[in-house]
Design a protein around this ligand. Structure first.
Ligand SMILES: CC(C)(COP(=O)(O)OP(=O)(O)OC[C@H]1O[C@@H](n2cnc3c(N)ncnc32)[C@H](O)[C@@H]1OP(=O)(O)O)[C@@H](O)C(=O)NCCC(=O)NCCS
Length: 324
């Protein structure tokens, strides 16, 4: 028998949700602590919900919906349905989907977004049958820090310096009284430059400031590229403790050379970098360049684990297809 219940903000429920996530998204493992912190730091105005499905009393899967800050629209929700491999093809996914549709109907959704992977054929089929179609892809590249030879990148860093570009951590920039405002504006300029199926919405400065409270963002590995004092590029490091890896985001001239340098810390073994890419855009070109650094141990992502993002137009009632 399938039973559905809401996730509670208890340690046990966070562990259960993350266990299910980690059993499916292998290679991207996360921790209950990270999820808890993410939920606690989410602005109160954003709608979200998460609930479990048990099959014969055993935790089998969960579904969730979330209004994302970067889109910040009550009718644009990211949803997910995820079932442990051992419990599949027994109706759990459809039961979760139906429950999800009933939960979000009250918001009269405009679009739903769902994420899956090209190498999850069941997920791709499940989404397509529920009316989703592919709208964009993320490509992920991975760098094995254990075998990485930093010395091979020395020439790259030198070339950046020769152009007059300085690299400073945000900690080193603390004396700049305008630092946070500059980081905020640079982040927004970059955000608009990243391919997206939906236009991003600028978050408030107060919301941006909460980044300083995030425990897995490493401040002395958060670098800024300065071109004669102007903030022109960023590298961020987010430790992903569950997977002993760090997620890397970088933009701008020369920042990529710092990825492994700062990543080789706190037990992280792999640096992960994800690009939201569309054919012919600069993100894709950048990935290709990274992929050419084969002797540095970087794996080029295409064909490795692309993640498809899909969206579905559903104005007029998300539950219309609840029967799936
Ligand atoms: C996609 C996913 C959630 C489906 O979960 P699931 O529990 O297997 O889903 P269901 O069992 O309800 O339905 C899956 C299929 O099994 C069929 N099925 C359901 N009960 C069945 C049974 N007793 N015997 C045989 N088939 C059955 C359903 O009709 C459905 O067929 P369809 O794909 O042709 O429509 C699961 O594969 C998953 O977690 N994938 C990875 C995560 C992911 O990509 N999620 C995003 C996509 S929404």
């Amino acid at each position: 028998m399938i039973t559905i219940r809401p996730c509670q903000p208890t340690d046990a429920d966070y562990r259960q949700a993350v266990d299910i996530f980690n059993a499916v998204w292998v290679g991207q493992e996360e921790t209950a602590q990270e999820w808890k912190e993410g939920d606690e730091k989410r602005p109160e105005t954003l709608k979200w919900g998460r609930f479990f499905a048990d099959l014969d009393g055993q935790p089998a899967g969960y579904a969730s919906y979330e209004q994302q800050l970067r889109l910040n629209h009550p009718g644009k929700l990211r949803v997910s349905v995820i079932v442990r491999p051992a419990f599949r093809r027994r109706g759990v996914g459809i039961a979760l989907w139906q429950h999800l549709c009933r939960q979000i109907e009250q918001f009269d959704p405009l679009r739903l977004f769902i994420g899956t992977r090209e190498n999850f054929p069941e997920g791709m089929r499940f989404a397509e049958k529920r009316g989703f179609f592919e709208s964009f892809r993320h490509w992920e590249s991975r760098l094995e820090l254990v075998s990485f030879r930093l010395a091979d990148w020395a020439g790259h860093a030198r070339r950046v310096a020769e152009q007059g570009i300085e690299i400073r951590s945000v900690v080193e920039l603390a004396s700049d009284t305008d630092r946070d405002r500059k980081l905020y504006e640079l982040g927004w300029a970059i955000e608009q430059d990243i391919p997206s199926p939906e236009p991003a919405v600028k978050r408030s400065f107060e919301e941006f400031q909460k980044v300083w409270q995030r425990s897995n963002l490493v401040h002395d590995a958060w670098f800024v590229a300065l071109d004669r004092g102007e903030y022109v590029g960023l590298t961020e490091f987010w430790l992903n403790r569950g997977g002993r890896s760090c997620s890397v985001r970088y933009w701008g001239n020369g920042c990529d050379s710092l990825a492994p340098q700062a990543g080789d810390r706190d037990g992280a073994q792999t640096a992960r970098h994800r690009v939201r890419a569309a054919e012919g855009n600069p993100g894709t070109a950048h990935l290709e360049r990274l992929g050419q650094q084969g002797d540095l141990g970087a794996e080029q992502a295409p064909g490795l684990c692309p993640q498809a993002g899909a969206y579905r137009l559903c104005k007029g009632g998300a539950s219309g297809e609840a029967g799936g």
